[in-house]
Write a new protein. Structure first.
Length: 165
């Protein structure tokens, strides 16, 4: 198995992901969860995901579906890439062990199903602003805010592309 077929093995639906995470935890592995749109992958994403993976043995990434991403108000024409493409690109990163698309506005229900040991979010969030922080902390887990790598954002890349046209 190679190429996209291999990457597909890292894409899960909610139920399948919950089973996989439980299996890892039964093996004594710590599982981290993060989420986002991840529209145009850039160095900031790679740094953020690698730093999040460093907090655990496995990293699960929840990806906003196309409809969910549009509701976030990221701008006209966003997301630029479809959800499946965004999920497969994340699956290709060595720091990512599993990916799951979600349709809700926040990953709260996905976090409730998956029960990660660590919940991480990038940027300048306050703890109480992070969807699912209460679920993870109630189970004795850890919630972390991972600083973004300055100078990298999908919005800035999109703006640069439009300016050069």
């Amino acid at each position: 198995m190679a190429g996209l077929d291999q990457l597909e093995t890292l894409l899960f639906d909610r139920k399948g992901l919950a089973v996989q995470v439980h299996s890892w935890q039964q093996e004594g592995l710590k599982v981290a969860f993060t989420n986002g749109v991840f529209d145009l992958l850039h160095l900031g994403h790679a740094d953020y995901l690698a730093n999040t993976r460093a907090l655990a043995d496995k990293l699960v990434v929840g990806v906003n579906s196309d409809a969910s991403a549009r509701r976030l108000g990221k701008g006209a024409g966003r997301p630029i890439q479809d959800g499946r493409s965004r999920a497969l690109l994340l699956a290709a990163l060595s720091s990512v062990d599993a990916v799951c698309l979600f349709d809700e506005d926040t990953p709260y229900e996905l976090i409730a199903a998956v029960k990660p040991d660590v919940l991480a979010k990038g940027g300048d969030y306050k703890l109480k602003q992070i969807a699912g922080h209460d679920l993870v902390m109630a189970r004795g887990g850890v919630v972390k805010v991972i600083p973004f790598l300055p100078g990298y954002s999908t919005t800035a890349i999109e703006r640069k592309i439009r300016e050069t046209q």
